[in-house]
Design a protein around this ligand. Structure first.
Ligand code: SME
Length: 159
């Protein structure tokens, strides 16, 4: 497959529909999970121009900063803390339309306004968190949840 990403389409859904098979081709059967995270982060950033896209990996019972694109970020997040720690604890996607309204939100950068976090799970165990921040309020919705979940599943298969 050509390594150049081609994503056209006006709506968010159209973009995801074009992006997903390309991410699948990039990561499927490639067993280096870090390389796969790096490409997923790059593809999401390039397609949607999100302020921040990052993976946090569970290491010795704490989330540790992994591959990301955007400004420098918090290195470690405890279980149950912030949006990321909450998604880890609840084992489900957390959508935050306004980070100021989320109790315990960890502000790594004051420009972040809304956020979505999804767990990457293997046999029901959270191994990694996908975290995306926007510098606009209310950037994420059910469409992001649907397609980002599929991306998380693709990544999980490459562990
Ligand atoms: N806002 C996150 C912290 C990580 S940064 O957004 C990169 C949280 O509350 O968990």
């Amino acid at each position: 497959m050509a390594e150049e990403l081609i994503v056209r389409g006006d709506s968010k859904r159209e973009k995801y529909l074009m992006l997903l098979p390309q991410i699948k081709a990039l990561v499927e059967g490639k067993k280096d999970v870090i390389a796969n995270m790096v490409n997923i982060v790059a593809a999401l950033k390039q397609t949607f121009h999100f302020f921040w896209v990052d993976f946090y990996q569970v290491k010795e019972n704490v989330l540790v900063l992994g591959p990301f694109q955007g400004p420098v970020a918090c290195t470690r997040i405890q279980y149950g803390k912030g949006v990321c720690g909450t998604a880890w604890k609840e084992k489900q996607a957390v959508l935050v339309p306004d980070v100021n309204q989320f109790p315990g939100h960890i502000a790594c950068n004051s420009a972040s306004k809304s956020e979505i976090v999804l767990p990457v799970m293997i046999e029901g165990v959270v191994v990694t968190i996908l975290d995306i921040n926007s510098d606009e309020f209310d950037s994420f919705d059910a469409t992001d949840v649907i397609y980002l979940k599929k991306i998380c599943t693709m990544l999980a298969r490459t562990y």
